[in-house]
Design a protein. Structure first.
Lengths: 321, 371
């Protein structure tokens, strides 16, 4: 415990006592059982980024903790079998629904969920004989169900990447070959420029490359929140409703922010193209339109190739298995 | 929600996303599951949040996990987000069910349905009361008819017992006396009425057998009286006899409806019915007098007039509209405004409403006499 935290210990103990009284089922826990975990959370999430935080901020932080979820987790860590039964009974569905996202069938999902419960329970024990698993990383700030989903995702991604490194290298190579063949057959022709003029084809390809690099630089120049908002929407496919809920504002606010981000990106791209390549406004507009349209055509061909590769993968796996 | 995107930049960014982001920064350490989950739920402290945003913006691995956690969170129901879901779900289901019952919308529907049911009960009750009241009025009407009819028969009998000439005079006197009892008849010239009553007296005298047979004023006797009258009309539906028939109909009715001296044994219900009946009979009497006046003097529809209604042709004879298809079949007499009238076919009622006075119509092989 840091020196700052030790100064706040009486405040923390008082707030923890209030937390226990708030819980619907405190599982017989005392202040001493929970205070250590709460102190660690205060250090990690409050004092680390706000060292000057005072008693009011500490009390506010502890009062916002999920009392029942935290008591349940700590009781499980203490070896309370009834608590383990409750957590599996009440949250197995959350773990399995997260596992389904990664598994191809029900059996694989249940296997993944079982391995996650084992990870959570942990195979190691401390000096007191208590099991040490990932449960110790739960602070109580977010919901237990959300934490379990995040843990499931983390473990599933780690397992998937391990499997991918071992199994899917050849398939990736095959995908690359198909993608290159598709691009090669296209010969760089686009819907907009249907001529076979080599100079025009070269100019178009160069323009696309310039625009894409300017786009990347414009994205990097955005504020972190704007960049995250843009990536969650365009790269990760989240709905504006969900993005707004995550950031804590209204969906209309999220849409306005996104439009502002688009405008900022466009301004940045145009200024970079003018500055680095000497394009005038007409050239910029023309190349942007051509690039956007040609990328759409290429995307369609890439999508067809992707489907073909997917079926090939399935055939190979079924033959191997 | 539609957003006006810059389409070109939008296409370029999508392509950049598919082909892979620019070479991401290599991080020595990544965010742990606790940090990722709290950021996904917007639960990270502000200072830590800024740091996490910077990391997510450039780390594909952590951002991929974040994306998956966000997607799973949006798909999962809220009930699984607590360490105490079982008990809370039970409580929520029960209270939710009751809350659902007591929601404003359900309450509004319930009250509306109750109001409709209440209105229906009130309407049914009113209709029944009206029907029973009319039945009571009709019963009271028949009772009152029977009493004056008895008096009329008695007076006719008295008139008939005298010598022919004197009988006529006596019948005139008797009828005049009877009429004198009707204090409401003030508009007709008494002499003319007396003259007509003389004819009426003869007609009534012809009906003497009914009285001699023991006319007791019962409903059956009244029915026989009416039927015999109808038969006479059918046999000689012309001129003064018809007019006399009308008057015969009208006069006894008028007399019957006249406010006779209260019978000693009349109960309160009959008295009330009688008062109401008096008003109704006044209207009928006036209508009958008007019909008679119309028949005598062709100021309204004269005899021989023709009307086309509902594809039928009606001829006016002696103040009565006759269906051209009518061939002296037995008729069923129905009075306007009675429940029996309302139960008639709408076509018959339409004809009766368009023709004033008495209407004899043949409807679906059945002959009706609407008065």
């Amino acid at each position: 415990m840091s020196s700052i935290a030790s100064k706040l210990k009486p405040t923390i103990d008082e707030a923890v006592a209030r937390l226990i009284s708030r819980a619907g089922n405190s599982r017989g826990l005392k202040v001493s059982d929970i205070a250590l975990r709460v102190t660690a959370s205060v250090e990690k999430y409050l004092l680390r980024d706000l060292p000057e935080a005072g008693h009011a901020e500490v009390i506010e932080f502890i009062d916002s903790l999920r009392a029942d979820d935290l008591c349940l987790i700590i009781a499980c860590e203490n070896g309370n079998e009834e608590a383990w039964g409750d957590i599996v009974l009440n949250f197995d569905s959350s773990v399995k629904s997260a596992a389904y996202k990664f598994a191809k069938n029900k059996e694989d999902a249940e296997d993944l969920a079982s391995s996650i419960w084992a990870e959570l329970h942990g195979l190691k024990t401390d000096e007191a004989g208590n099991t040490k698993g990932k449960l110790s990383y739960y602070s109580g700030k977010g919901s237990l169900a959300g934490w379990l989903r995040a843990v499931t995702n983390q473990l599933a991604i780690d397992q998937f990447r391990k499997m991918k490194r071992l199994v899917q290298t050849e398939d990736d190579r095959e995908f690359e070959i198909l993608a290159q063949d598709s691009a090669g057959k296209n010969d760089g022709h686009t819907v907009v420029t249907a001529t076979a003029n080599p100079e025009e084809i070269y100019d178009t390809a160069e323009a696309e490359s310039d625009i894409v690099s300017a786009l990347h630089e414009a994205i990097e120049a955005l504020e972190a929140e704007d960049r995250l908002l843009m990536k969650l929407y365009y790269f990760d496919g989240l709905k504006l409703k969900d993005i707004a809920a995550t950031f804590g504002f209204h969906e209309a606010t999220a849409s306005r922010k996104l439009v502002r981000v688009q405008s900022a990106i466009r301004s940045s791209v145009e200024s970079r193209l003018k500055e680095l390549h000497g394009w005038n406004e007409a050239e910029i507009n023309r190349h942007l339109a051509e690039t956007a349209e040609s990328l759409g055509v290429n995307l369609e061909q890439m999508f067809k190739a992707l489907i073909t590769v997917f079926f090939v993968q399935e055939i190979i796996r079924s033959a191997v298995l | 929600m539609e957003i006006e995107f810059d389409k070109e930049i939008d296409a370029l960014l999508k392509k950049a996303g598919k082909s892979g982001a620019p070479a991401a920064s290599v991080f020595d350490s990544h965010l742990d599951a606790d940090e990722i989950s709290m950021f996904a739920e917007n639960a990270a402290p502000e200072a830590a949040r800024t740091r996490m945003i910077g990391h997510f913006a450039d780390c594909d691995r952590c951002r991929t996990i974040l994306t998956n956690v966000i997607a799973l969170k949006s798909e999962s129901p809220a009930a699984t987000e607590s360490a105490l879901p079982v008990a809370e779900e039970i409580v929520d289901e029960g209270s939710g069910r009751f809350v659902g019952w007591l929601s404003p919308r359900n309450l509004a529907f319930g009250f509306g349905a109750l109001a409709l049911m209440f209105s229906a009960f009130i309407g049914i009750g009113l209709i029944r009361n009206m029907s029973s009241g009319e039945t009571q009025l009709a019963q009271a009407d028949e009772k009152e008819i029977s009493q004056p009819a008895t008096r009329a028969m008695d007076s006719a009998a008295n008139a008939n017992s005298a010598e022919p000439a004197a009988g006529d005079t006596d019948s005139e006197n008797a009828n005049a006396e009877a009429l004198a009892m009707d204090s409401d008849i003030t508009s007709e010239p008494p002499l003319e009425l007396a003259k007509n009553e003389a004819v009426t007296g003869k007609d009534v005298a012809r009906r003497q057998p009914a009285a001699s047979e023991g006319f007791s004023g019962s409903r059956a006797d009244i029915g026989r009286l009416r039927d015999s009258k109808i038969e006479r009309e059918e046999q000689a539906p012309s001129g003064e006899a018809a007019d006399a028939a009308v008057l015969t109909d009208a006069a006894p009715v008028a007399k019957a409806s006249a406010p006779a001296p209260p019978a000693p044994k009349t109960d309160s219900l009959t008295m009330r019915a009688g008062v109401e009946k008096k008003k109704e009979d006044d209207e009928v009497r006036l209508a009958a007098n008007k019909a008679a006046a119309t028949a005598e003097s062709p100021a309204g529809e004269p005899s021989g007039s023709k009307r086309q209604i509902s594809g039928k042709t009606f001829n006016r004879r002696n103040g009565v509209w006759y269906d051209s298809a009518y061939r002296s079949q037995p008729t069923t007499t129905v009075r306007r405004g009675t429940p029996e009238y309302r139960s008639l076919d709408s076509g018959v009622r339409t004809i009766a409403e368009q023709l004033s006075g008495t209407v004899v119509v043949l409807w679906k092989t059945k002959a009706y006499k609407i008065q």
